[in-house]
Design a protein around this ligand. Sequence first.
Ligand code: 5GP
Length: 200
Amino acid sequence: MVRVNESNSFKLLCADTLVVVLIGPGGVGKGTVARRLLQLDERMWLSRSWTTRSPRPGETGTEYFFVTREVFEDAISRNYFYEWAEFHGNLYGTPLPQPPQDHDVLLEIEVDGAQQVRERDPGAAIILLSAPTIALLEQRLRGRGDQEEHIVRRLDSTRREIERGRQLCDYEVVNDDIERASHEILSILEGLRQLRRIPS
Ligand code: 5GP
């Protein structure tokens, strides 16, 4: 199901490089959908974020640039980030994007960062990935081995993230099936690319 947020969609007409921002609560499957989009769309380039959190069990070290808070704060002071935010006690940030030529930029970030992207680039397309139910989200968070305390905190903030995401997003896509959700996002991107070809 795709819901178009008409009040925000006019801002999509004036971008050079399309910046696509995938937001949504923890465990909703943003990472999986982002990786699938990269496979399906050769023009898409995924930014690799920095974070001060530690790698989770099973993470290989390529998911982020894992850095200390000191290194991260030094990068902030040098204006290295396109956006950055603190999320549950850890810092996360997107380096200024440098995609290969003719590529669009895909960011997989939380909602405070998405708000900053919106302010920097009003033409960014913000897509909220939501889960069919909160129970399913809880199941996914447990399935990836997060600590109990962390899971409880995540679920507490889930409703707030969805609420804020709905205010900010241009489109909402329900991730009840990764293939379907990824193809829905692809259709949205194709539509936006067509629009950009139309001179204003
Ligand atoms: P996790 O710790 O589960 O990998 O990520 C926690 C949250 O931070 C997720 O919502 C994820 O999308 C978000 N996130 C990842 N990278 C960035 C980033 O560069 N900037 C911001 N603002 N959020 C990020």
